[in-house]
Design a protein around this ligand. Structure first.
Ligand SMILES: *Cc1c(COP(=O)(O)O)cnc(C)c1O
Length: 391
């Protein structure tokens, strides 16, 4: 009998995501550490303009992290007490928390359970007179159905804030994510496409949003003489004109961001290669469903999320998860629907609010995916998944 030997368990844990830092990154940061500016210096504006060019936007404003950037976008969009923002439950808590920071009300619309992206029909159902903003998340790096969402927004004068934390380098119907939205947020956390340690950035084409974001990041302080409310009595004069925060990125982080941006294309290319390898390995699987890609939505592959066919498996998702961890494959789960977290349950959001998101949550897991993974790492993942799911 022809028996295939059981694959050996990996010796070390393969994480689900990881940064790529090389000597050029380190040299860029070191040069700033030896210079005059640690916090806001000339590299912030340089990073912002290079980033804006990379995504095809007019302006970009860097923040201390992606969550702070989302907070800034909600402020710039004018979200206030009781204003409703329709977002996805299939996301990190920050996409909804930023609305609460502004005393607004997150409203969760359901997702397409094959893509994890907002279902425009569900969004339409949840629009009320209080709705101010639609905040789609480009889940796993695949662009949400922006044409339909923007049409809904346009008909009612709503702002669209895109949570593109997963989608730097993604393309929607030939247009880069960030190039043509109202405000688009990218995260610069180490598991995301490029990193500054902590960091976030908003891309926009609107000058009024750009100004508001700049003010908000720096306590609401204005120094530009042309924008002062009072005649300046002396050169030292400045005004705090609105309530902002200290959400600044540092100059050495901007140096890292600049150096990382040079590698963005390479990073996206490598992520696509690994995703293509997983697609090929699981396309005909009896127990594993590969992530569905929509026409015209070119993912930048932040995550590779498989859905298990639980009816064909003898074990549940959590057991598959445990077996993969035992094989030293660092799986993750993206995400627990936001409103199921205890804090949101206490605010009154009920279980069953978004049935498709809840069904999806019951059967997904995320496989390791990052550009520094080797082909051998990817094969380890494939074999471990085949072993754990019996395919
Ligand atoms: C990473 C992430 C954010 C922002 O996270 P920060 O850690 O604050 O940069 C927001 N939304 C989603 C979907 C994310 O994955």
């Amino acid at each position: 009998m022809n028996r295939v030997p059981a694959p050996a368990r990996r010796k070390t844990l393969l994480p689900y995501g990881r940064q790529w830092i090389d000597d050029r990154d380190i040299e860029a940061v070191e040069a700033v550490l030896r210079g005059d500016y640690l916090t806001t210096g000339p590299l912030i504006a340089e990073f912002e303009s290079k980033f804006a060019r990379a995504v095809g936007a007019e302006y970009a404003v860097a923040f201390s992290n992606g969550t702070a950037a989302l907070h800034g976008a909600c402020h710039a969009a004018g979200i206030g007490e009781g204003d409703e923002v329709i977002t996805s439950p299939m996301t990190f808590a920050a996409s909804a928390n930023c609305v609460l920071y502004q005393r607004g009300k997150p409203v969760f619309a359901d997702v397409d359970e094959e893509t994890g992206n907002l279902d425009p029909a569900s969004v339409a159902e949840r629009i009320t007179e209080r709705t101010k903003t639609i905040l789609p998340v480009h889940y796993a790096g695949q662009p949400a159905r922006l044409d339909e969402l923007r049409e809904l927004a346009k008909a009612r004068g709503l702002v669209v804030i895109e949570d593109a934390a997963h989608a730097l380098g993604a393309v929607y119907k030939g247009r880069r994510i960030g190039s043509d939205g109202d405000m688009t947020m990218f995260s610069l956390h180490p598991v995301k496409h490029i990193t500054t340690g902590e960091g976030g950035i908003i891309a926009t084409n609107r000058e009024d949003y750009y100004r508001k974001l700049l003010d908000f990041r720096n306590h609401g302080i204005v120094r530009d003489p042309s924008r002062l409310e009072k005649e300046p009595p002396a050169p030292w004069y400045y005004e705090m004109q609105s309530l902002g925060y200290n959400y600044r990125l540092t100059d050495f982080q901007a140096a890292l961001g600049l150096s990382q941006l040079d590698k963005l294309e390479l990073f996206v290319k490598r992520r696509k290669e690994i995703a293509a390898r997983y697609d090929e390995a699981f396309r005909h699987s009896e127990t594993v469903v590969i992530p569905r890609q929509e026409d015209g939505a070119e993912s930048s592959w932040h995550l590779y999320v498989i859905r298990l066919r639980l009816d064909r498996l003898e074990i549940g998702r959590d057991e598959v998860f445990r077996r993969l961890l035992e094989e030293n494959i660092g799986v993750q789960l993206h995400y627990i629907p936001v409103y199921l977290h205890p804090y949101y349950r206490r605010l009154g959001y009920p279980e069953g609010l978004c049935p498709a998101a809840e069904r999806m949550y019951g059967r997904i897991l995320s496989l390791p995916l990052y550009p520094a993974m080797t082909d051998k790492d990817a094969e380890d993942v494939v074999r471990a998944v085949q072993k754990a799911t019996g395919t």
